[in-house]
Write a protein of this length. Sequence first.
Length: 330
Amino acid sequence: MTECVVKLHHVFDNEEAILVPFENLKDAVDMLLKLGKHDVGMSLAVLSHKYLAEFICPTPQIAKDFEYICINHLKMKYIVDVICDEFDKKIVEEMAEYTIDKSLMKSLILGAPKLASLKDSEFLKVLSEEDDPLKAIITGPMRKHLEEGLDASPEQIAKVFDEDLQDFFKEVYSKPEMTDIVWLHAFRILPSRMMRQRMFFGQAGKIWPSNDGENVIKWHDMIEEECNKYDNFEHALGFMNIGDHGKIVGLEYDFYYDHNDPEAAKNVSKASMDTTEKSLRMGRIISLFNIMFKGVYKKEHVFYPIPEPISEENLLMFKELLGELIGEEI
């Protein structure tokens, strides 16, 4: 007999999503840790602009244009994504200067093609000159004009698909679930969309954050710096989430590359190994390798005690093991 035990989570009637945008990672991590330590939210994560673009955009090109707009016009590089009830929602709204609510998210999802087409528009160029473009949209009169201009409707988003599929996608996007962020979290369309760009999570793991979260930022920046050495694959933070009442932060950093390009594959492998080695040297980190070797569900002997930086002797043994596995000198 084979037995499978699945943990079910109760779904409350008053769940909703609220998103808080940030220009820099430190501010996003600060909020993640504050909310996590107080157990605010049923689901809590930091998403990158790329992750958000893939989540809501129907085609790869629209996703790329949406990314460009996020960075260059809206100054929105990171998003704290919270699924919560109305009580936790009030806490988040009191902490944040402004938030993206479900109404605006619906407009962004159905209006993504129109927004992407405005990439080089004078409207967005003028908007980008604001100190805080998103604040100007969300809290000012520009929001009404933007939502009207996006023409956010099932008919509008269906136009990006082949003509013989447009009726089908019009019906799909007419369903309220397709603009319900809570529902989309539960029934994730994201993995298939991420694979459009041939995603590979090159680095992931768990870190025990310092009080100010600086080691979380340092870990992310180290991975980004290592990946910047190569120009034949894309890379970006996927997400950070929180666990154990704010004591653990999970990180996924994604690589995107042509799996049929031997040189790109080689560089991805090298970046994965180099970032793993440096992660182990930092301490307070369990890399994806550690988790996969010991089991992916929580066990006390996996997450505790908090790991010290790897010794030179163990690091040498680890590199020899990897060399044997992949057949290359590390």
